[in-house]
Design a protein around this ligand. Structure first.
Ligand SMILES: [Zn+2]
Length: 336
């Protein structure tokens, strides 16, 4: 079974011979960029460099998926937000007062990202999974209006925020659909502003579940939802969004996640802090623990810290690949 077929069967919750180890969020680190002679700014802005960095995460590190783009500001930028590319990842220079335009397709870096998907498909062939990344509607609102105003409006005028999120969902679905046509196998929706660490879980239910459901319904491809932090309080709402996979952070109690989120494949599980600072033994233990707790697509829980040693990431990957066959059989006992 090729990697793409294994990935797609895991996404669909089918029992399969082995789990995988994937890049769901950004797999970049300073060490990787240095090895490829790339800069942080260029991997976000150059078609050729974005392709090169994505392929390096596969060939030099060993991830079993490629994932692009690496930042979460493509949509906001395409809607008129000027970005600061000085650090590792771009961030908005300033926010806007009101949103008048919701359709961002064809603007900013969107067409470049589609070209990157096509280039990647051509470079790796048909048998390897490509993940296209988009930003969740509520998180895009945070990048457009700023976190303080988005939070204020969520409390004062939730129907307005929901309407905004709803309109953004259509644009995201349109853009993500183009990624799928270009060769992406699944869409990662990064929605960190929806984390209960920063947003009252009640608002996730009232302003974000339906827009996410609209997005997944419009798309003809499986969606992976990434929300970092302790997501325990919103886990029961996640199946309703229609995503096939939830990318979970170990700040959430992994021992009970599987029971609260039935019908959705689990991904993630390995702390980025552990990958930054942990020793070999603790990284192997954490990776194997993910498998035993029902995480079928093991991955760093969020974007890698830029200083993460590649050796630590390789340790995680090796632990999953080496144990895959034996652990894979335990999935047959699970009900999905
Ligand atoms: Zn995250």
């Amino acid at each position: 079974m090729d990697q793409r077929s294994v990935f797609l069967s895991l996404v669909q919750g089918e029992n399969t011979a082995r789990p995988m180890v994937a890049a769901i969020t950004s797999p970049l680190s300073e060490e990787l960029l240095d090895m490829c002679d790339l800069t942080w700014s260029s991997v976000h802005n150059s078609r050729e460099h974005m392709v090169k960095a994505a392929l390096a995460a596969k060939s030099l590190v060993g991830f079993e998926t490629v994932r692009i783009p690496f930042d979460q500001c493509v949509e906001a930028e395409a809607l008129g937000i000027e970005l600061d590319f000085e650090g590792n990842y771009p961030k908005p220079k300033r926010f806007i007062e009101r949103i008048e335009e919701f359709n961002f397709m064809g603007r900013g870096r969107t067409m470049m990202v589609l070209d990157v998907v096509r280039d990647l498909r051509q470079a790796i062939g048909p048998d390897f999974p490509i993940l296209g990344g988009v930003t969740g509607p509520f998180t895009i609102l945070n990048y457009l209006l700023g976190p303080a105003k988005t939070m204020f409006l969520s409390r004062r005028n939730p129907s307005l925020i929901k309407d905004y999120a709803d309109r953004l969902s259509s644009s995201i679905a349109n853009y993500a659909g183009e990624m799928v046509s270009a060769g992406a196998d699944a869409i990662v929706i990064e929605d960190m502003a929806s984390s209960p660490d920063v947003l009252n879980p009640m608002f996730f239910r009232t302003v974000e579940v339906e827009p996410l459901k609209k997005l997944t319904t419009m798309l003809k491809a499986p969606c992976i939802l990434h929300i970092c932090g302790d997501t325990l309080k919103i886990l029961r709402d996640i199946p309703e969004t229609g995503v096939k996979v939830f990318h979970v952070d170990p700040k959430t109690n992994l021992r009970i996640v599987k029971d609260l989120i039935r019908g959705v494949t689990l991904a993630g599980g390995v702390s980025t802090f552990l990958l930054l600072e942990g020793d070999e033994k603790s990284i192997v233990e954490a990776s194997l623990s993910c498998l035993n707790l029902g995480i079928r697509i093991v991955a760093p829980a969020c974007a890698l810290h830029p200083k993460t040693p590649l050796e630590n990431v390789k340790t995680m990957i090796k632990a999953v690949k080496n144990s895959a066959y034996a652990v894979g059989n335990t999935f047959w006992n699970n009900t999905w």
